[in-house]
Design a protein around this ligand. Sequence first.
Ligand SMILES: [Zn+2]
Length: 234
Amino acid sequence: MQPGYLIDSYRHEFETKIKSADSKNVILEQTYFYPNSGGQLNDLGTIEAEDRETYNVVFVCKKDGNISHEVDKEGLKEGTKIKCRIDWKRRHLLMRYHTASHILSQFLFKETGALITGNQLDLDKSRIDFSLENFDRDLMMSFESKVNEFLSKNTEVKTYFLPREKAMELPTISKLAKGLSEDIKEIRIVEIKNFDMTACGGTHVKNTSEIGKIKITKLDNKGGDRRRIYFVLI
Ligand SMILES: [Zn+2]
């Protein structure tokens, strides 16, 4: 079963059961909490047990093939029915940053051939790492208005799964420098209509109109061909 956040990234309240509990770490039968991964911060929120006791979710990560939720106190037991609430303001902000970083990455790739080597999304800024020989700062800064013009077009963003062989045929898949693990048979595609298709397991908005505008705040030359671009949502 795919984790819930890959199927419906807008669901921020759900009911499920505790599958297993180990001290303050619990695994749920289904979860919409996003785990800290792929440069995107984990969700926060609460778990309310049948007896109305509420536990704060302080960290979420992938562990041994499961998604582990760390809560602030012990007491949750296997089999307990629970109500979960995700801090939606935080999650939606990360979805907006995440989708904006796809768009900026695609401009970088399309116009310079840069390969994306990493991403880090924070709540107050985002950065993209990429490799590129010729670092033309004016060209980099020009992507700000290009991204903003694109964002203003209210473009649809879709996610779906494709068999590995089909996904590998997509021209824009190759901008990820690291490539995809061989054992992943079903690749999750994030498609920004008529603009970009890429493999990604994060959470994204459904329409670019939710993002607003970006501002490029800093360009870093990390030596060799390693570059970094920072932006904020405004
Ligand atoms: Zn993504």
